[in-house]
Design a protein around this ligand. Structure first.
Ligand code: TTP
Ligand code: MG
Length: 402
């Protein structure tokens, strides 16, 4: 009878959880941007003379004992041949936005944990294939290695990812707990830092398996409230939900001029740059905007906004630029201006059905530009109109804003 009840019991299918974490993130970005650094010990951090510490380092440097948070001076002693670089945060943030946009294109259920790490929840049958697809896409589009852990909860997905590093993916299921989780050091568990590790080690608890069989009341006596969670973790149990990021409502960019401007041509050049920035970010997020707003601040700090609704949602630089120009036209004699901004709202998700085939000329030029911008930063892009300042079509070649 009991067995028949088991058959009748509805089988619940749980979503699979993925943890994606880029490998040696800052160092890998530098290695992509500067091919001569590839395969070498690259160490990113503060200046040694200012008692700077290591932010991260490539796996080649890790092999020599260098680690995050180590004093830079010590890293130099350990690795005199190393390539030591400062933190180029703007570049890492730009790449991070692209990584997150790629991850977000696989599922709306995503929790961003840090600059290079996010949890995703996907349909029950799609864990492994999504992990493979994500790794290929990030490698292909950005040249970066990412490790992915797949499981049924956040804890096991995170540990699976750590076991797969660098540049790999793996699974860790509840049925693997005894064979694969229990032999690991307790340091793999969230909430166990060096202090807790020492306390537990003193009681002879070194592995997760030893923690799992340690009496809960003794653990509570030693560690207080955290004990219960740790005990659950040691059995591979974790009921934390994904804290998904709210969906994007608008994308805006603005620029304050180095000096107040009066020239409509300079304004249009600024609008073009802003439109390109917004178009790029829309395309990264696979979004199109239905509404474009223009924000103008005058020299006396008065600020106005004007808005236009489009008949068709767009992610094209030219359409964003033209809309902003239409909004600006009636205001062309309201100078001097201190600041200008563009906002794209009424955002809609769209799935790019075809990447290369059947796209118009503007689309294919834009795609190449986006790839360049992603790889080398926006400074690499010089549109023809900036290279040919005297052309009639060109409103202004001067880039007088910051
Ligand atoms: P992590 O993902 O912890 O480290 P990582 O990507 O460099 O290496 P891996 O994931 O392969 O172990 O952190 C992401 C970035 O955050 C890292 O590249 C640099 C920065 N960071 C610091 O600035 N200081 C730190 O102490 C740590 C741990 C990271
Ligand atoms: Mg990382």
């Amino acid at each position: 009878m009991g067995k028949r009840i088991g058959v009748l019991k509805k089988k619940r299918k749980f979503k699979k959880i993925l943890l994606c974490d880029l490998d040696a993130f800052y160092a890998s970005v530098e290695q992509v941007d500067n091919p001569v650094y590839r395969g070498k010990p690259v160490i990113i951090g503060g200046r040694p003379e200012a008692r700077g510490v290591v932010s991260t380092c490539s796996y080649e440097a890790r092999a020599l004992g260098v680690r995050s948070a180590l004093p830079m001076a010590k890293a130099m002693r350990l690795c005199p041949e190393g390539i030591f670089l400062p933190v180029n945060m703007n570049r890492y943030k730009e790449i991070s936005r692209h990584v997150m946009a790629i991850l977000g294109s696989y599922t709306p259920e995503m929790e961003r944990v840090s600059i290079d790490e996010a949890y995703l929840a996907v349909s029950p049958g799609e864990g492994e294939q999504t992990a493979i697809a994500i790794r290929e896409k990030i490698r292909h589009e950005l040249g970066l290695p990412v490790s992915v852990g797949v499981s049924s909860n956040k804890l096991l997905a995170k540990i699976a990812c750590e076991l797969a590093k660098p540049d790999g993916w793996s699974t860790l299921w509840k049925e693997d707990v005894k064979t694969r989780l229990w032999p690991l050091s307790i340091r793999f568990l969230p909430g166990i830092g060096p202090v807790t590790e020492k306390k537990l080690n003193r009681l002879g608890v070194k592995t997760i398996g030893e923690l799992a069989v340690f009496p809960l009341d003794s653990l509570q006596h030693l560690l207080g409230k955290t004990a219960l969670n740790l005990h659950k973790y040691s059995k591979g149990e974790d009921d934390r939900n994904l804290e998904t990021t709210p969906s994007l409502k608008s994308i805006s960019e603005e620029t304050t001029f180095a000096r107040d401007i009066k020239d409509s041509k300079e304004m249009k050049a600024a609008l073009m740059e802003l439109a390109e920035g917004i178009g790029y970010r829309l395309r990264l997020q696979k979004m199109k905007a239905r509404t474009i707003s223009l924000k103008l601040r005058f020299s006396d700090f008065r600020t106005i906004t004007r808005t236009i609704s489009l008949t068709e949602a767009t992610d094209k630089d030219s359409m964003i630029f033209q809309s902003a120009c239409r909004l600006f036209l009636p205001l062309a004699d309201t100078f001097p201006w201190r600041l200008v901004g563009i906002r794209a709202s009424g955002l809609e998700n769209f799935t790019q059905l075809s990447l290369n085939r059947g796209e118009d000329k503007e689309k294919s030029v834009t795609r190449v530009q986006d790839e360049l911008r992603t790889r080398f930063g926006k400074e690499v892009l010089y549109r023809a109109q900036r290279l040919f300042p005297d052309s009639n079509d060109n409103p202004s070649s001067k880039n007088s804003f910051s």
